[in-house]
Ligand binder design. Structure first.
Ligand SMILES: Cc1cc2nc3c(=O)[nH]c(=O)nc-3n(C[C@H](O)[C@H](O)[C@H](O)COP(=O)(O)OP(=O)(O)OC[C@H]3O[C@@H](n4cnc5c(N)ncnc54)[C@H](O)[C@@H]3O)c2cc1C
Length: 391
């Protein structure tokens, strides 16, 4: 269904997408029911993605990466999400939010230390920005502090709702080094799981994306070596803003994968379920729901891949503001709204059966809502777009 070449990407992208889609269908799909039931993260299966060559897709070949761009990473997220949204979400947190930011902004020594493990799957990454008192106003209200103490920084604070947090080996953490400078006093650090003063407060119990671990992290006089500062002190806002635009473009592709699967399931169900002496798919009101699902999925796929194309080759100075800031926000605004309508129709087609937890459509439905909340809520996306339009 996803002809990637149609959007102007070369055959190597199509090959990558097809390979990951096939692997996910044959190997990851069967894990999703247990992941949902037991909130189990299949770490060994995640590691195998390294051997397959899909981890570290944007990272340099010298570290074991594939040296491709964020569009390729989006295609991997799309292909996995179709068959196992939870693994795709964890993949995005590790491979994009953590490792891609580390590669773009870290030193050669930091890249050398952490990126090979990301590529072979032995290391899982996370990104810690949100806090109990700092969600949409993540930068302004950030309370986590980092104070220089000789060769170390001492971190104190909490990070909430962190994807992969409970399992992660390394977390890219934002903290205020010069609180008096507000958003311009933020720095980024790599914190390793074993650092003194770093702990996992709790693993959170979610309605959807179960099996992709989410946690609250605490830093209590956490000792972070100064060499783990990413980029320059007080320049963390650049890392956040450039990363957020790409994250939004990638999350839109993740939504496309889920919608494609929801449509497949709904068509299958509509052909098999009979009422009034015929398959419900022969009733025109059911066909209308399928038609809307198809159209919304096709339009989000087109817009999402168009924006990914526009992200190609952008430097850090070109993202986080202006046209691309607006367009990546628009891509995920559209995708987040559309996926909720697509899943609503998918559930409706499944009737009472769809309300049963064990149904795949039910699992997908429970994922949809967060896609209008994470990576900037629907309202924050609207504020970005509206603000740029009236500038
Ligand atoms: C499953 C999951 C995974 C996540 N993963 C990560 C992760 O890996 N790393 C990370 O750092 N964070 C992560 N997050 C956090 C996520 O990014 C935040 O939840 C999100 O940014 C919203 O913050 P909040 O929940 O505090 O909501 P709030 O900011 O409190 O917002 C509540 C409501 O108020 C609205 N609102 C707030 N300000 C305004 C305004 N100015 N104008 C209009 N409306 C406004 C919001 O749009 C929303 O509707 C995750 C969250 C979840 C649930």
């Amino acid at each position: 269904m996803s002809d990637i070449c149609r959007y102007g990407f070369g055959p190597e992208y199509q090959q990558l997408f097809d390979m990951v889609e096939r692997y996910s269908r044959e190997n990851l799909h069967e894990l999703s029911a247990r992941m949902d039931d037991e909130d189990w993260f299949p770490r060994d299966e995640y590691r195998k993605l390294g051997a397959l060559g899909v981890l570290g897709i944007t990272l340099p070949a010298e570290y074991g990466g594939a040296d491709m761009d964020e569009a390729a990473q989006a295609m991997v997220a799309h292909a996995i999400a179709k068959w196992n949204p939870s693994i795709s979400l964890s993949y995005l947190a590790s491979d994009n939010l953590c490792a891609n930011n580390l590669n773009r902004h870290g030193s050669a020594a930091q890249r050398e230390k952490y990126l090979p493990g990301i590529c072979d799957g032995s290391l899982l990454g996370a990104l810690g920005l949100t806090e109990p008192g700092a969600g949409s106003d993540a930068l302004g209200s950030m309370a986590t502090r980092a104070r220089r103490d000789g060769d170390n920084y001492i971190l104190n604070g909490r990070k909430l709702y962190i994807t992969n947090g409970p399992e992660a080996d390394l977390v890219l953490v934002y903290a205020k080094t010069s609180p008096e400078h507000g958003a311009h006093g933020i720095s980024a650090f790599v914190v390793e799981r074993g650092f003194s003063g770093f702990g996992i407060e709790k693993e959170l119990d979610k309605m959807g994306y179960r099996g992709s671990p989410t946690g609250e992290l605490v830093f209590e006089d956490c000792i972070v070596p100064a060499e783990n500062l990413i980029g320059e002190e007080n320049k963390g806002v650049r890392v956040v803003m450039s990363g957020l635009d790409l994250e939004r473009a990638l999350l839109a592709a993740h939504c496309v994968g889920i919608c494609e699967r929801a449509l497949e399931l709904s068509v299958e169900f509509a052909k098999g379920r009979e009422q009034f002496g015929t398959a419900i798919g022969n009733h025109q009101l059911v066909q209308r729901m399928l038609a809307h699902m198809y159209t919304e999925t096709a339009s989000m796929r087109g817009f999402c891949y168009q924006i990914l194309k526009e992200c190609e080759g952008l430097s850090d100075d070109e993202v986080g503001h202006g046209e691309i800031h607006m367009r990546t926000a628009a891509s995920v605004l559209l995708a987040g709204r559309a996926i909720n309508r697509v899943l609503d129709n998918g559930m409706q087609i499944h009737g009472g059966m769809g309300f049963m937890r064990e149904m795949e459509i039910n699992r997908l439905y429970r994922c949809a809502k967060i896609l209008e909340i994470g990576a900037g809520t629907r309202e924050i996306r609207e504020l970005i777009i509206g603000g740029e339009l009236v500038k």
